[in-house]
Write a protein that binds this ligand. Structure first.
Ligand code: PMP
Length: 428
């Protein structure tokens, strides 16, 4: 078998080769084309807002590694930091100042955070946050919201969004009933009853794994009030929203302070990083200062923390004005051209995050998201866009990530192409 990557190989051949060695040819189900049909293209490289596949085709990329990239692919500042770090060694299993710097940068941007624990993924961050909340409160139950995705730990897979929703998987296969016994699932945008056995309520402050569903007015504020009243912790899963929808993320944008934050994506600058963060009185429960155990061989990895610090260092209030401006231009243009094609559409947007629902009315929860997706238009629109060079996520429950590398011209081009793609999707 020739295992070299130098031989020129088309996407179809690459996918066959991948399927022979990787489950379904991918390392994360959201990358498969299972829900839209067809097989994925293989990326050779990415520059700014574009990616190039192994056949040399260029796509304007709105996936941006599902939001892990905010400055565009191959950002100079991030690359320089990673290369500089790599020359000094890739991992030590001992403290480095790079970890401290990233934690300080997170603290500086988000009021209310005293201490940070870095992990290597968002999944680990949310899993740790739950264990910590249970450890601090001595309670067992957690409340999550239908259609929110918090990574793939057992307790949090119940009624999950993202790939779980796209593949229509019963979330509990392989998860024991005992593991989800303490997970209570509530509809998004409805206030749950928080009993005295509830350790924590975990929420995406802007739901971005069932398409883009904003929290309705007062929802987060009321959750905060109810959680406090019940003695439960409020956990904001800001793995997507953190440092993307505002300089301080959702808690600063909405003026609601949770007890714990989970971060990922942007704070790793495109390398694997997650974080759980909060006030000292809660965070100090984690080992080694407290009894709640959590660890990681590669946690706070020097390359990842260098990339993350470089990404955060380059973000300021002007970045967020620019991001929101691009997203607004995109949302306005997409709505116009898709409606002109006589398709009912809701482009839902919070700052720079947006999602496309082919629906008559705004979507406010998972049930409504599912009924919009069941119209089946997204898959057609996705392919119509892709063949014209615009890459969106190959799943109807994901969002678009316009970033700092997307230019006004990129967005104009996207809207032009969407005009033709919408007509094609309607006629299929
Ligand atoms: N929480 C949210 C809100 C997410 O969107 C994701 C990933 N898309 C996760 C947690 C899990 O992060 P990771 O994939 O890094 O484990």
């Amino acid at each position: 078998m020739d295992m070299s990557n130098e031989v020129s190989m088309g996407n179809e051949a690459a996918f066959s080769r991948a399927c022979a060695s990787l489950v379904g040819g991918v390392n994360s189900p959201v990358r498969s084309f299972t829900s839209v049909g067809g097989s994925p293209f293989f990326i050779r490289e990415g520059h700014g807002s574009y990616v190039v596949d192994i056949e040399g085709r260029r796509y304007l990329d709105y996936v941006q590694s599902y939001g892990a990239i905010i400055h565009g692919h191959g950002d100079d500042g991030v690359l320089a930091a990673v290369m500089d770090a790599a020359r000094k060694g890739t991992t030590f299993g001992a403290p480095t100042l790079g970890e401290v710097e990233l934690a300080e940068r997170i603290k500086a941007k988000v009021p209310g955070i005293d201490l940070v624990r870095l992990t290597s993924s968002g999944t680990e961050a949310t899993m740790t946050a739950l264990r910590l909340a249970r450890g601090v409160t001595g309670r067992s139950k957690i409340i999550k919201f239908e259609g929110c995705y918090h990574g793939h730990s057992d307790a949090l897979l119940a009624s999950s969004g993202s790939g779980v929703a796209s593949l229509g998987l019963p979330a509990s296969v392989g998860v024991t009933p005992a593991a989800v016994l303490d997970t209570i699932v509530a509809p998004y945008n409805e206030l749950p009853k928080i009993g005295e056995d509830v350790a924590a309520v975990i929420v995406e402050p802007v739901a971005a794994n069932m398409g883009l569903v904003p929290a309705s007015a007062g929802f987060l504020q009321e959750l905060r009030r109810l959680a406090t009243e019940a003695g439960a912790l409020l956990i904001f899963d800001e793995v997507i929203t953190g440092f993307r929808i505002a300089e301080g993320g959702a808690s600063t944008l909405f003026g609601v302070t949770p007890d714990l934050w989970c971060f990922g994506k942007v704070i790793g600058g495109g390398l694997p990083v997650g974080a759980v963060a909060g006030p000292e009185e809660i965070m100090a429960y984690l080992a080694p200062t407290g009894p709640v155990y959590q660890a990681g061989t590669l946690s706070g990895n020097p390359l990842a923390t260098a990339a993350g610090s470089a990404a955060l260092r380059q973000l300021n209030s002007a970045s967020y004005r620019m991001l929101a401006g691009r997203a607004e231009q995109l949302a306005f243009g997409l709505t116009k051209v898709i409606e002109e094609a006589d398709l009912a559409v809701q482009i839902q947007r919070v700052e720079s995050l947006l999602g496309i629902f082919f629906a008559d009315e705004p979507v406010t929860n998972y049930r409504e998201a599912v009924s919009s997706v069941e119209r089946g238009i997204y898959a057609h629109f996705f392919h119509a866009m892709l063949k014209r060079g615009i890459a969106m996520a190959p799943g109807p429950y994901e969002v678009l990530f316009p970033g700092l590398a997307h230019t006004v011209d990129d967005v104009d081009k996207t809207i032009d192409i969407a005009s033709a793609a919408a007509v094609e999707a309607r006629d299929l």
